[in-house]
Design a protein around this ligand. Structure first.
Ligand code: ARG
Length: 278
């Protein structure tokens, strides 16, 4: 009853403000501002299908399953991990089927809006990436870590200059390494390959995000140690889902789903299951 009334008011408002309510992205925003929370839900209902990415009922999601615990190839050969579980939950809330496509990390940003609708890959929000894609609200805080061979004397930023550094191609760890004075940077498609080269003595260190670094430290216990990038002056980073530029309906829906999951405990349950137990 209340909802119908609000809808009628919104329709009236819409007619008086715009000759013909043709469906531009601005109208729902204007209606929301004027009519409050119920109207937000209502606008979302009316917008169903207006997101180009959701129009076919399938959310195609790009990832790079080389980044445990956020994404890795599970025992069944399919991508699994925190991000994959998160995007599947979001898909449920949006009422769409989620199809995950595993690809090179470096190819993800350029694939959004083309090969895939969105990407979830422990991807850090950066100004450079924002030129090509939009981001959801951030869902996780991270920082780069430095993986060292057990017994290494590297302890701070000044020790990194001139060193052989392994990174995953196109990651924020890669961008940091390229700024280090005289560093000899080797770019890998998989962080794991860099860690193997570290163990084989071909590298002095690997720069990779905190949680994967901790997973590798556990996996190669006694051979490598993972050191907090804070000791090297690395800045905190935020992970978000990357989205096609300008699909504001999709962004709103994904942000609303994330918010709901954070409020109802689903998000924390996934953190406990995938990240804290990793
Ligand atoms: N957070 C880093 C970045 O955005 C690394 C992400 C790597 N993710 C992956 N799935 N391989 O650049």
């Amino acid at each position: 009853m209340k909802k119908t009334l609000v809808a009628m008011m919104a329709a009236l408002l819409c007619i008086s403000l715009f000759a013909g309510c043709g469906g531009s992205a601005q109208e729902p925003a204007a209606a929301q501002e004027n009519a409050g929370k119920e109207e937000t839900e209502n606008a979302a209902e009316e917008n169903a299908g207006e997101s180009e990415a959701l129009a076919d009922g399938i959310l195609k999601v790009g990832t790079n399953a080389e980044f445990p615990p956020f994404e890795y190839v599970g025992d069944n050969g399919e991508p699994d991990g925190f991000d994959i579980a998160l995007i599947k939950e979001i898909g449920k809330k949006l009422g769409v089927e989620v199809q995950v496509e595993n690809m090179e990390f470096d190819a993800l940003v350029a694939s959004i809006g083309k090969k895939v609708d969105v990407a979830i890959a422990g991807m850090t929000v950066t100004d450079e990436r924002k030129k090509t894609v939009d981001f959801s609200n951030p869902y996780y805080m991270a920082v780069q870590y430095v993986i060292l061979p057990e017994g290494s004397g590297i302890a701070g930023a000044e020790d990194l200059s001139g060193k052989k550094i392994g990174v995953q191609l196109g990651t924020t760890g890669d961008f940091i390494a390229e700024e280090i004075e005289n560093a000899e940077v080797s770019q890998y498609n998989k962080a794991l390959d860099a860690v193997n080269d570290l163990i084989n003595g071909r590298l002095d260190c690997v720069i990779v995000d905190k949680n994967p670094a901790l997973v590798f430290e556990t996996r190669f216990e006694g051979q490598v140690k993972a050191v907090d990038g804070d000791n090297f002056g690395f800045e905190p980073e935020e992970y978000a889902i990357s989205l096609p530029k300008g699909d504001t309906v999709l962004a709103e829906k994904i942000n609303a789903a994330l918010q709901e999951m954070m409020e109802d405990g689903t998000f924390d349950a996934l953190v406990a299951e995938y990240i804290e137990e990793s």
